[in-house]
Design a protein around this ligand. Structure first.
Ligand code: SAM
Length: 231
């Protein structure tokens, strides 16, 4: 049972005309604590990462959210609860590998359990970036797309996925998980962090970045730089 009955929240976007990212952290905090945590807990996403996911969706109001890997559906559930509570009309597509493709983290019969029956979420089984970009090809031209990249966390996979997204959808908003940086002698997987730095260094377009940097697992938001509208 939910601890809190209110399901809709005030718009948390502050200074909407500014080129700088800003949200009302108190509204986002209340939503995370009272709606998300009772449903999804704090693993794999600690509070600061849930705050960044919700803030990105509220600030950019994507009409299409394309995410992988689904696993049990925690991230898909975070996005779904967010668009419901903040009245953001969006379709969510969540992709995990087919059952006959081996991956050490494949959820098997638990795939998407947390979002089954939620009408905003469509589950797919395919390679994440390939299916996501196919879905983009069908989108309406005014659709704003948010990609959430949380599949295989090797340097090679994140390089392949982020390069393909920015090449084909340079206006996209991209969130990536497991992106924490620690010195290489830590033994941590810093493949996603280095992949992001390398891919962005090759882009002609300019992007801004917001990161959670205090500890594992780490999340990074990338969005196109734009000027503030004329006053
Ligand atoms: C760490 S889990 C993702 C956690 C999940 N987002 C959540 O909310 O709990 C990684 C998932 O990515 C899937 N995966 C790995 N490579 C993939 C790929 N190329 N395309 C789609 N899914 C992939 C795995 O099967 C696994 O379910």
């Amino acid at each position: 049972m939910r601890l809190f009955q209110r399901t809709e929240f005030a718009d948390p976007v502050v200074n909407p005309a500014s080129a700088e990212f800003e949200v009302n952290n108190w509204i986002i905090s209340e939503f995370v604590l009272k709606v998300l945590v009772p449903v999804v807990g704090i693993r794999p996403f600690p509070l600061n990462e849930q705050m960044l996911m919700v803030s990105a969706v509220c600030r950019f109001r994507p009409s299409l959210i394309l995410e992988w890997g689904t696993h049990r559906g925690v991230s898909a559930r975070v996005f779904c609860e967010t668009i419901r509570a903040f009245r953001i009309p969006a379709a969510i597509h969540s992709i995990d590998l087919p059952d006959d493709v081996f991956h050490g983290e494949h959820p098997k019969s638990d795939r998407g359990v947390l979002v089954r029956g939620m009408s905003e979420v469509t589950l797919h089984q395919a390679d994440g970036v390939t299916r996501a970009l196919e879905l983009c090809a069908d989108r309406k031209t005014h659709d704003k797309v948010l990609f959430y990249v949380d599949g295989d966390h090797s340097h090679a996979s994140v390089t392949r996925e982020l390069s393909a997204i920015l090449e084909q959808q340079p206006e996209a908003i991209v969130l990536l998980h497991d992106t924490f940086y620690q010195s290489p002698d830590s033994g941590y997987n810093i493949g996603p962090y280095t992949a992001i730095a390398e891919v962005l260094s090759k882009q002609a377009a300019r992007y801004k970045m917001i990161r959670t940097t205090t500890g594992l697992p780490g999340m990074t938001l990338i969005y196109p730089e734009r000027s503030a509208p004329a006053a």
